[in-house]
Design a protein around this ligand. Structure first.
Ligand SMILES: Nc1ncnc2c1ncn2[C@@H]1O[C@H](COP(=O)(O)OP(=O)(O)OP(=O)(O)O)[C@@H](O)[C@H]1O
Ligand SMILES: [Mg+2]
Length: 885
């Protein structure tokens, strides 16, 4: 026989898919059956049983007041949790208390600050594919940020990595075999548990449009620039549906939807975002030692989140970049104003997340106080903005809403130090609502009456230690120690015996109790009502609050950029449209804060006639550092920031590509070299003449000749075909000959000083090229045993001697490239400086002869035939000698 409670449990559980059901029973959330077993493992709590009729059922429970800690553990372990509450007063329940599922917690639909990371967005992303287009829409319900975009399917993973969603919704058809590689790639970028599949019909564009219109409260989507974009409209619909299904009681709260146009931002592919360590480090995935961490002086969590967005979306429109830079410049120059702004922002809370909590009716009394304290800063900030001149700051000033009405309401209505829970009373300010004051007075007068009663009874009984107290079981009582037991009057009724005392009640005390307790209860009831009213009233002003939150976040980012520019001596870059890069005394923003010795600044000058830099230098010299710092400087410049350089003139970069270092992805079934080539292919297929390409030791992952050949051919292609700016750091000293081959290529090297058997790293970039790697020196520094070093030196010498002997052949080998480059040179402007001959090359004629020779079968030809062939080759070679190229 199943008990009615377990019947109710089974009914609710049947509505769920694979969520753990938290079943509220009094002060506990209980889990049963398999859920209880999982809970006992995941949460480390005791497994008990509860009987269902005659059958014992596994049970585990957590107290409601500390539920968040347990929820967090479940979510982190990849589970989803359904919360079931009692939705009627147990005292009034006939039979089993009514219960309902009020919320389903999933990683992408969290609202509770206890479960959220303060400084990260908590995006839920939906993806839909149609032919070669990917639709994406993503929403953070804790802030209301809502974005959508459509892009070519090949850019999908770059964008997903940037968004870094906590949960991702896909149509179930993605489970099919044909989508396996897409699914696997997503599982690598995200957590496997982060993928949630919804039936394909959730992505129906027609119903999606309707849902979106309803959510935005508009009749038409015209004004949003998203009409006709079915791929991401489909995603929006699925997203909204999912959110509503996880919080049936509250409507998703969103700011207006923003369409992100990939062409409005510098394109950063996934490898670039990761290897440049913009927001996370490669090792350890930490935030420390990232560019974001270095430039972050924001004072509010919403400012921090926006700064991250700016960093991952550098602008490409010159006027927009200038607008931001002008604002930063003004705050930089007017340090006093910037300090004031920073001080005010310090007292501002996470208004974005507060808005979400208010609109979903999750805001507590203390949340409203946080909102009031934040709004209190507005007049001061408004006053600061009034003194500014730059275009962006002026426009923020003009759009500024002081929200005096909301502030006034909160100040008048909510107590400045309310208790944690509404039920404790004391949330509403005295004077706000006279009937509440009267009830409170009644309860208050009760206190005086009690004191008076205690005094009177002590006198009547002649027991000075007589005390009136209160507990939840007996209500008010009189307590008398055993020593005075003989003096207790007859009208006292004994209720409880303690070790040292007895407790009594009297009719008079009971009557008082009824009066006071009802007054108190009524007061609390009234407070709850009033609080909900106030919260809804504030929620009515949501759009205005959100707008203010965005202004505050923007100001926070701008002041952060100004502050960091002051602290680290950054300078404003000049941005232009021509593809140039002229950096004087540039530094690596992150490394300069970390290295112990002074950081050595370096220059770079690139322009259309000097655009492929081949950078050589010993190990540890600073090649990788230099090319990374150039990338970071460009990103900073295009996000509107100052840059770590004495001066910089930067031609806007449309796409930044890097192929830096080797990151093994063995788990993806890809070898080091395969990853290297995949990333390089990505660059070669997508870069434009306005792009910046950074290559670090490309080709290193294979045999030397293969590596050099690839590196050489890639450089030629970048130079001739793409015609973009490119920095190539390499240990292949052969590549330094490209300077002679390609008109717009040039060499730089990183200087070192040799001293006795040692080398001194100067980290200074100079003209010229290096022809030694000093790898063995670096190995020595790293502590490789002397025996090995000695042996390595011997081998090196032998190899070098051998190479000298072979040098004629080597130069023949080099010639191969010259021939190819001249034949390829037609693509973009440029080509070989000294066509063909410059590299004593193996010409196509020579090549052909070698091939013929190889294919020849001496046993099958006559001596005459052999002689004829030799003559033919000889004359072909002679001809080439007379007419090079
Ligand atoms: N400009 C600089 N000023 C001060 N220290 C620097 C500078 N550049 C590099 N360094 C220091 O030298 C170290 C090595 O630099 P980096 O990794 O760039 O060398 P590399 O030339 O790429 O070496 P490898 O050929 O082994 O890859 C850095 O970690 C840093 O500590
Ligand atoms: Mg390096």
């Amino acid at each position: 026989m199943t008990t009615p409670m377990f019947e109710q449990y089974a009914r609710l559980k049947a509505k769920l898919k694979d969520e753990i059901l938290f079943f509220r029973m009094g002060d506990f959330y209980e889990m049963f059956y398999e859920d209880a077993q999982i809970a006992s493992k995941v949460l480390g709590i005791a497994l008990t049983t509860r009987s269902n009729g005659k059958t014992p059922v596994p049970m585990a429970g957590v107290p409601h007041h500390s539920v968040h800690a347990y929820l967090k553990k479940f979510i982190q372990a990849g589970y989803k949790v359904a919360i079931c509450e009692q939705v009627e007063d147990p005292k009034q329940a006939k039979g089993v208390v009514k219960r309902e599922i009020v919320r389903i917690l999933t990683p992408g639909t969290l609202l509770e600050e206890e479960l959220l990371e303060e400084k990260s967005s908590n995006f839920l992303l939906a993806i839909f594919l149609h032919k070669n287009t990917a639709g994406l829409s993503w929403l953070d319900i804790s802030t209301g940020d809502f974005f959508a975009t459509d892009l070519s399917a090949s850019q999908l993973f770059d964008e997903v990595d940037k968004i870094a969603p906590k949960e991702c919704i896909l149509p179930t058809s993605f489970r099919k075999e044909e989508h396996r590689s897409l699914r696997q790639s997503l599982e690598q970028i995200l957590d496997k548990n982060a993928l949630t599949y919804l039936e394909d019909w959730h992505f129906d564009p027609t119903s999606s449009k309707r849902r979106l219109r309803e959510l935005l409260g508009v009749k038409s989507l015209k004004g949003y620039g998203i009409q006709g974009k079915e791929v991401f409209l489909s995603c929006c619909g699925a997203l909204i549906e999912y959110i509503e299904s996880t919080q049936p009681q509250a409507k998703a709260h969103i700011k207006s939807i923003q369409k992100l146009q990939p062409s409005h931002y510098m394109q950063l592919d996934i490898a670039t975002q990761r290897t440049l360590e913009l927001v996370r480090t490669m090792r350890g995935n930490s935030k420390k030692f990232t560019l974001l961490h270095t430039i972050d002086r924001t004072q509010t969590p919403m400012g921090n989140r926006l700064l991250q967005h700016w960093l991952l979306h550098p602008l490409v429109d010159l006027s927009q970049i200038q607008r931001r830079q002008d604002a930063v410049c003004e705050l930089f120059q007017n340090g006093h104003l910037c300090d004031q702004l920073q001080a005010s922002l310090k007292s501002v809370y996470d208004v974005e997340r507060l808005c979400s909590k208010i609109s979903t009716q999750n805001a507590t009394p203390r949340d409203l106080v946080s909102l009031r304290l934040s709004l209190e800063q507005l007049p001061q900030i408004h006053g600061i903005l009034a003194q500014t001149k730059s275009c962006l700051l002026r426009s923020l000033y003009q759009d500024f809403d002081l929200l005096e009405d909301v502030h006034g309401l909160l100040e008048k209505a909510i107590h400045p130090r309310p208790p944690l829970h509404l039920q404790d009373g004391g949330v509403i300010q005295a004077g706000y609502h006279p009937p509440l004051d009267r009830l409170r007075q009644l309860a208050q007068q009760g206190q005086q009456w009690l004191q008076e009663y205690q005094r009177k009874e002590a006198a009547r009984t002649n027991i000075p230690s007589l005390k009136v107290g209160f507990n939840n079981v007996f209500g008010y009582y009189i307590e008398i120690t055993h020593a005075h037991a003989h003096k207790v009057p007859e009208d006292y009724v004994r209720k409880q015996t303690l070790k040292n005392a007895e407790r009594y009640i009297t009719p008079e005390l009971k009557e008082f109790e009824t009066q006071v307790l009802t007054a108190r209860e009524k007061a609390i009831e009234l407070e709850v009502q009033l609080f909900q009213q106030i919260r809804s009233e504030v929620a009515q002003q949501l759009r205005r609050l959100q707008k203010t939150a965005v202004i505050l976040a923007t100001l926070d980012c701008l002041q952060s950029l100004a502050k960091v520019a002051q602290e680290h001596r950054y300078h404003p870059p000049t941005l232009v449209s021509e593809p140039v890069l002229d950096i004087q005394e540039g530094r690596h923003p992150v490394l300069e804060q970390v290295v112990e010795e002074p950081f050595v600044p370096n220059d770079l000058k690139l322009h259309p006639r000097r655009r492929l830099l081949i950078l050589t230098g010993p190990n540890m010299a600073g090649k990788s550092t230099f090319i990374r710092q150039v990338a970071l400087i460009c990103i900073l410049a295009q996000m509107g920031s100052f840059v770590p350089a004495k001066s910089a003139r930067i031609g806007v970069v449309d796409k930044l590509f890097t192929r830096l270092g080797s990151n093994d992805e063995l788990y993806r079934g890809l070898s080091t070299f395969m990853v290297e080539m995949l990333e390089t292919a990505q660059i070669l297929n997508h870069a434009t003449s306005q792009s910046l390409v950074l290559l670090d030791e490309v080709g290193r992952g294979t045999s030397t000749y293969d590596g050099i050949s690839l590196a050489w051919a890639i450089s030629e292609y970048v130079h001739n075909q793409l015609g973009c700016r490119c920095l190539f750091a390499t240990h292949y000293h052969e590549l330094t000959q490209l300077e002679r081959q390609l008109p717009y290529a040039f060499n730089n090297q990183v200087a070192i000083q040799e001293w006795k058997d040692r080398i001194l790293f100067l980290h200074k970039i100079q003209d010229g090229y290096a022809n030694k790697s000093y790898g063995i020196h670096v190995a020595k520094l790293a502590g490789i045993p002397p025996k090995i070093l000695h042996r390595a030196k011997q081998i090196l010498k032998a190899l070098e001697d051998h190479a000298r002997l072979l040098s004629p052949q080597l130069s023949l080998f080099e010639g191969l490239f010259a021939e190819d480059s001249s034949s390829d040179a037609g693509g973009v402007e440029g080509g070989a400086k000294e066509p063909g001959a410059s590299l004593s090359p193996l010409s196509s004629v020579q090549h052909q002869i070698l091939e013929e020779l190889q294919q020849l079968q001496p046993d099958h030809i006559t001596p005459l035939e052999a002689l004829q062939r030799i003559q033919k080759w000889h004359s072909a070679l002679a001809q080439r000698e007379n007419c090079p190229g």
